[in-house]
Design a binder for this molecule. Structure first.
Ligand code: B12
Length: 468
């Protein structure tokens, strides 16, 4: 994927494994020239007792891209199998959204769904001591050919070892990707009907101690990295913790040294929070707005309304925070009128830019998947687009678009946007300056030339949104 995003899941995992006494090597295939050579060399020189393989993304979740990455990941998995007899364990957020289906696709024997810090250590310990692994939390394994999944055990983040973040070459990723990630919590209890994150991260929110978040940022600053993006589902939920994290960053003297961007829910958000964000180095916010139509917001399970979006715009402007809205267009009940309402509201609120995602990526286990199945046989549904055949578990990218709009939605949205350059249109342009952050040439070039920060802000400053 380009720009290259550092695999912080592996950085965190490696720290936990080392503290537990394991000898760890990271084989980072992101910048490889030959998968086969690098895998063969690593298996030969290190001779691992186990291999963990992270699956961050199964696909790009982008209607006009529909890139599906699992075939390439399966190739990596197969190469590992060729070069080592050690068990290969799948993990990562993409894996954790649909663990049994990804295990099936890769013909894998083991997987760990959700957080790896405790479960992977327990799995390795049981291998080492030749104990049975059947009780390891979060583990998926095969029994008589059938995939079994153990209970999930949420990790108490305050008990994790300090995050030193030294396994990944964060400096190199920063040069190629223009930002690094950090987490302040895990889990999301929001009821958004389409979202897979509660399945992958759990519905119970668990918090990192604020001082530990600041210490992690300081460790990255020492590595020459000073632009960040939050890796929480929503940074401002719960609001009290977001404030505490900001205070810890300020107290650590980092507020002037770092610039960070956050995914935030439009509510709760107030002037006090915005002021703290700003003092702690926040450079911009991406609000998951989804729609400007209240009925659509209700159907999507969002607990705020269009008037709350107006508040976020005013507050961000008052506090000098750059901001954007992400819209998810085409969900159940969407009409030309609700589309018009959303685009008109965006124009009126004048954010720095607006991201347009067309079609709702359907994930098994979500309320949206249930809704799609209730409408009838998914394979025969005229409202599903993308991989509709032989994809009953929705593993391959498949998108729902409301029946009154269908594929015409792209043209309708383009017409409504009417050349307003603040909008990222949902299509791919000739120089690839689009809202898909996968394989985005314009972004890669801008970062190589020194641009840093959230991708929407980099594209925005280049004057790229909506130019296609
Ligand atoms: C922040 C974020 C971004 C930021 C990244 C900023 C940064 N510098 O890191 C930005 C905005 C750039 C981004 C972009 C994209 N993103 Co994004 N992103 C996220 C988000 C919110 C956090 C990811 C993260 O780092 N989490 C924190 C780490 C610590 O967690 P983790 O990786 O899951 O690792 C833990 C476990 O999974 C496990 N684990 C991990 N690896 C392994 C390996 C083994 C062996 C084991 C045992 C365990 C294990 O242990 C780790 C520690 O507990 C996730 C959703 C989420 N809540 O996680 C979406 C998410 C990963 N993104 C997603 C997508 C689709 C994208 C894009 C492709 C979108 C697009 N088309 O533009 C791009 C890709 C960009 C690129 N070039 O790589 C999807 C992937 C869905 C899927 N089906 O694969 C997600 C899940 C969002 C969603 N709900 O749809 N993203």
């Amino acid at each position: 994927m380009k720009p290259a995003i550092a695999p912080i899941g592996l950085d965190y995992l490696a720290d936990a494994l080392v503290v537990a006494g394991h000898d760890v090597r990271l084989l980072d295939l992101c910048f490889t020239n030959s998968l086969e050579d690098d895998i063969a060399a690593a298996c030969r020189s290190f001779a691992p007792h186990a291999v963990g393989l992270t699956v961050r993304n199964t696909d790009d979740c982008y209607f006009s891209g529909q890139a599906f990455f699992l075939p390439e990941i399966k190739r990596i998995f197969d190469l590992l199998r060729q070069h080592t007899d050690a068990p290969v364990v799948l993990g990562g957020v993409g894996f954790s959204i649909m663990p049994a289906a990804v295990m099936g696709f890769c013909s894998a024997d083991f997987g760990i769904a959700g957080e790896g810090e405790v479960a992977f250590v327990e799995f390795l310990n049981s291998l080492q001591r030749r104990r049975a692994w059947e009780t390891v939390p979060n583990l998926l394994f095969r029994e008589n050919g059938v995939v079994r999944q153990n209970r999930a055990e949420p990790v108490d983040l305050s008990r994790l070892p300090a995050r030193r973040r030294t396994f990944v070459d964060n400096r190199r990723y920063f040069a190629a990707g223009g930002q690094a990630g950090f987490e302040s919590k895990r889990g999301c209890a929001m009821p958004c009907v389409y979202c897979a994150e509660p399945m992958a991260k759990g519905r119970v929110t668990r918090l990192m101690p604020p001082a530990a978040v600041a210490a992690e940022l300081a460790a990255l600053v020492a590595q020459g990295v000073d632009h960040f993006h939050t890796c929480d589902s929503e940074f401002n939920l719960p609001a009290g913790h977001a404030r505490e994290v900001c205070r810890a960053i300020i107290q650590a003297g980092l507020g002037e040294k770092v610039r960070w961007y956050a995914y935030c829910a439009p509510k709760p958000f107030d002037g006090e929070m915005a002021a703290l964000f700003k003092r702690a180095g926040c450079a911009g916010i991406d609000f998951g707005a989804d729609s400007g139509n209240d009925a659509m917001l209700g159907r999507l399970g969002r607990p705020f309304r269009a008037c709350d979006l107006a508040d976020t715009a005013r507050i961000c402007r008052e506090h000098g925070l750059r901001f954007m809205y992400d819209l998810l267009l085409g969900g159940p009940g969407e009409t030309r009128e609700s589309l018009r309402e959303s685009i008109t509201l965006m124009r009126r609120l004048e954010p720095d830019c607006v991201g347009l995602s067309i079609g709702m990526r359907v994930y098994d286990g979500t309320a949206a998947a249930q809704f799609v199945r209730d409408e009838g046989e998914p394979e025969a549904s005229p409202n599903l687009h993308g991989a509709t055949r032989g994809n009953s578990n929705f593993l391959k990218p498949v998108f729902y678009i409301a029946p009154t709009l269908g594929r015409e939605i792209v043209a309708i949205v383009r017409e409504l946007v009417a050349g307003d350059t603040r909008f990222f249109l949902p299509e791919v342009s000739s120089d690839n300056a689009n809202y898909n952050y996968n394989d985005n040439t314009a972004l890669v070039q801008a970062i190589a030339a020194g641009a840093r920060g959230a991708y929407w802000d980099i594209l925005n400053k280049m004057g790229k949104p909506g130019t296609n």
